[in-house]
Design a protein around this ligand. Structure first.
Ligand code: PGA
Ligand code: ZN
Length: 396
């Protein structure tokens, strides 16, 4: 495939911050992709290129339209994998700090779409073929309440999630009812960054009590959290609702919450540099629930290999923009599956209307998809795309 034209532009994300969108053309075919942006980012994530003055992405756009356009135009790529390998080599740094992981990912996703079009297959199917995975519907990890940096720490943990089992169409119908029910209970509260409610509650267990009520009312649901504990870690201890807890005390809290509320999973229970605490918690609870790495593993196959060697977790969050190409995000899934662990595909807190993550989750047959709350259009679009895939999968 010869790329005949490349254009990049700025689009706003859900927080109104600029992000990059790229359109690739190959003769008659064309495909567009935009990339999301995190707020509670792991310090080992690949480099997101922003102009230092105001957070704009003009340099990223320039990199696509000049250097990447010029280099791609001289080549004929036989696969999306080959194109990604070329992008990685062109950048030439370990963390994409020269051209930007956001820059590269906008090209990489658009290229994956182009190759799927050229092969006449749906995007999720092209991803499954490329990854060597069995496609299948992920559980919906629906963000019900936001806390942490996504809601000014009104709740200590960053995400309070209802995990909904079943085919996407059934699961989304249940999620809508549960989301509406929680809204009635909470009354007039603002929305957090990820389109879930952002109430102010004063006890650590209060949000869990609310979710337990939903689990009771809606069969096939369970509770999960993303503690995003790197954001809670100050001077060697964890700050929750104005009180300080050691890693041991936090472990005890997780143990009692997990037992009392039958947790499905806990993501980033400790600071990203506290790998030993992850290992201890996984030893304690890993037989019953998923302990998920996000900031810990940052979709980086090498960091996932470390986590496997040290039994730090038993599930991995997969965010393509943490690593910068679809090729490496797929390698992260393959490393995860190699350990017999679960992969959970995830959006970011600053999203666009791009629904790639839905195809990715379905294509790799992920255990779950984190696509946010139902109070934001850009989150709903991912869930709606899963419904479309569910229909498509019946016909191909
Ligand atoms: P982020 O949060 O996109 O702001 O990093 C999402 C997460 O921590 O899972
Ligand atoms: Zn997280």
């Amino acid at each position: 495939m010869i790329i005949t034209d490349i254009k990049a532009r700025t689009v706003p994300d859900t927080r109104g911050r600029p992000t990059i969108e790229t359109t690739l053309t190959a003769g008659e075919l064309s495909a567009t992709a935009s990339v999301p942006s995190g707020k509670s980012t792991g310090s080992h994530e690949a480099f997101e290129l922003r102009d230092s003055d105001n957070g704009s992405v003009e340099q990223a756009i320039e990199n696509v339209q000049f250097e990447i356009a010029r280099e791609l135009a001289t080549r004929d790529f036989s696969s999306a994998d080959e194109l990604d390998a070329f992008l990685i080599e062109l950048d030439g740094t370990p963390n994409k700090s020269r051209l930007g992981a956001n820059t590269l990912l906008s090209v990489s996703i658009a290229a994956q779409r182009l190759f799927a079009q050229a092969d006449g297959v749906p995007l999720w199917k092209a991803i499954a073929t490329r990854a060597g995975t069995t496609p299948g519907a992920p559980r919906l990890y629906v963000n019900m309440m936001n806390g942490g940096v996504h809601a000014d720490f009104k709740l200590p943990f960053q995400e309070y999630i209802l995990v909904v089992e079943g085919a996407p169409s059934e699961a989304l119908a249940v999620a809508r009812q549960a989301f509406a029910r929680l809204g009635e209970t909470l009354g007039d509260v603002p929305m957090g960054d990820e389109g879930g409610y952002a109430p102010t509650l004063s006890a650590i267990e209060q949000p869990f009590e609310l979710l337990a009520g939903l689990v009771k009312e809606f069969p096939g649901t369970s509770v999960a959290i993303d503690a995003a504990a790197s954001e809670l870690f100050k001077d060697g201890s964890y700050q929750l609702l104005g009180k300080s807890y050691s890693a041991e005390e936090l472990t005890t809290i997780y143990g009692s919450i997990a037992a009392k509320y039958h947790l499905h999973s806990i993501e980033d229970p400790f600071d990203e540099e506290s790998a030993d605490d992850f290992t201890r918690l996984t030893e304690k609870l890993g037989g019953k629930i998923l302990i998920v790495g996000d900031d810990l593993t940052v979709t980086n196959p090498a960091r996932i290999a470390d986590a496997i060697a040290r039994k730090e977790i038993n599930a991995v969050l997969i965010k393509p923009n943490q690593i910068g190409t679809v090729k490496e995000a797929i390698a992260a899934v393959q490393a995860t599956y190699g350990a017999g662990w679960a992969a959970i595909a995830s959006h970011r807190s600053g999203e666009t209307d791009d629904t790639f993550i839905a195809d990715f989750a379905y294509g790799v047959g992920a255990h779950g998809i984190k696509a946010g709350g139902l109070g934001q259009k850009e989150r709903l679009e991912k869930y709606e795309r899963l419904l479309a895939i569910e229909r498509e999968a019946k016909t191909v």
